[in-house]
Design a protein around this ligand. Sequence first.
Ligand SMILES: Cc1cc2nc3c(=O)[nH]c(=O)nc-3n(C[C@H](O)[C@H](O)[C@H](O)COP(=O)(O)OP(=O)(O)OC[C@H]3O[C@@H](n4cnc5c(N)ncnc54)[C@H](O)[C@@H]3O)c2cc1C
Length: 211
Amino acid sequence: MQVELIAITRYLRGEGTPEELLEHAGRVCYRSEGQGDPGRFLRARVREGHESIVEHAAATFEISGISRACSHQLVRHRLASYSQESQRYVSMEEPEWALPTAIGDDPDAIAIWEQFAEQVKETYRAFRELGVRKEDARFALPNAAATRIVVTMNFRQLRHFFQVRISRHAQWEIRQVAAAMLEAVYPHAPAVFGDLREGFSANFPELFVLE
Ligand SMILES: Cc1cc2nc3c(=O)[nH]c(=O)nc-3n(C[C@H](O)[C@H](O)[C@H](O)COP(=O)(O)OP(=O)(O)OC[C@H]3O[C@@H](n4cnc5c(N)ncnc54)[C@H](O)[C@@H]3O)c2cc1C
């Protein structure tokens, strides 16, 4: 699995950081420009629920090597934009797979998997040779088919996404994706995401690589 932050909002004033933009948006509400510590101001607004301020910045991630099972969970989040590799237009004759360790690390399970995966590839190729279009041949593919997707969320939605998808109730793969997204965006907006990173990295250190 790879998770890369590929774009983030740039403010056209000051240093250009997204948090400068968010602080400005918040200060407009109170006519309080230039008053007080920016980080403290933003943390207070988020804490009190004045979260529309943090909708003004967004981040874009490229995520690859996750399973279709995982991407299906991801795209359930409606307040976001997605561009995903198409199984209608891209040939899956040489598919990549994303497997859980419950299968990948178990010699008996992996032996069963390899037999099945070979059968999947043969079936897909046989369909294609019969003239079945890619959009129909893909019906032979399992949830383990790896995918690539570009995702954009604003900071408010990112906070929501992290809360529900890094939670212990979420599934292991999307938890890893969400934690990697949080790690990538946090240095660009520590006042917006610091509380979540602190809490989640303390509770689930296995999901975070801390300095
Ligand atoms: C642990 C877990 C288990 C799950 N299990 C299942 C399952 O078994 N089956 C299944 O189908 N789904 C399941 N889901 C998916 C879940 O129900 C949501 O569809 C998904 O997490 C998207 O999040 P969201 O609804 O908060 O919406 P998002 O699209 O992320 O929207 C963000 C917020 O905007 C608001 N919002 C957006 N759209 C609306 C709307 N139409 N009406 C009112 N408010 C709205 C809500 O406040 C929402 O929280 C599961 C999710 C989790 C985290």
